[in-house]
Ligand binder design. Sequence first.
Ligand SMILES: [Zn+2]
Ligand SMILES: [Zn+2]
Length: 275
Amino acid sequence: MTPDLHAHSTASDGLLTPAALVARAASRGVDVIALTDHDDTLGLAAAGQAAAAAGIRFVPGVEISATWERHTVHVVGLHVDATDAVLTQGLMQVRAGRETRARHIGQALARVGIGGAYEGARELAGGDHLISRAHFARYLVAQGKASSTRDVFRSYLVPGKPGHVPHAWAPLVDAIAWIHAAGGQAVLAHPGRYAVTPTGMQRLLATFRDAGGDALEVISGTHTRTECETFAGHARSFGLLASTGSDFHGPDESPHDLGSLPALMPGTTPVWARW
Ligand SMILES: [Zn+2]
Ligand SMILES: [Zn+2]
């Protein structure tokens, strides 16, 4: 089995449409694909159809932005029922918060002489789709303010930089509860990306587990080999299932393409053991 349980489409801040994403996954040997757009389930129907056409298994998912202590953390929901009222309502709230944050980012960038960033990001996001910092990053690259989206994050969008806007998302426990209400498994996404101390990580994992969290994303396109091994150990010691996902956003933006992840370590129990 070659699963990829974390990927983005144009329904959030990915560069490929849901159907194109699934087709790319299938052509690269992925046989189980989850679409996990940020805070929206808009792309699931089209992705599901594309997976059926390509003959691969589809997992309807979502990636919810949440707040734990002072950190933004991401919780992937796998096998969620997108029509569930609790989940739908929760995601609507999070998207409203995103819109407010985007306007504040636009104002913050204007103060350092970069005008029109909100409008630019809004246009790149398309229609009334949600806006993420990736849209701002792409706009700033197009404006010649940086050479890559990674540089934009480093120079403008992370804490301490002029375009950073602190934002309170839904509490972590709420995000887990919404996913469970919709019948899904809650997976703590890319734990290696959070700027926490080793003690902080133990606290985060304990909180996540005690709130009913199901799995840890041990293999991530954003993890080093060492991080994958560290988090495999954490999954075992906290009794969490192990998940795997590239966090693919687009061919030129993501460190790992679909279908190129290392295998899960022996000794971990994969999320799909409960499917
Ligand atoms: Zn994420
Ligand atoms: Zn993601």
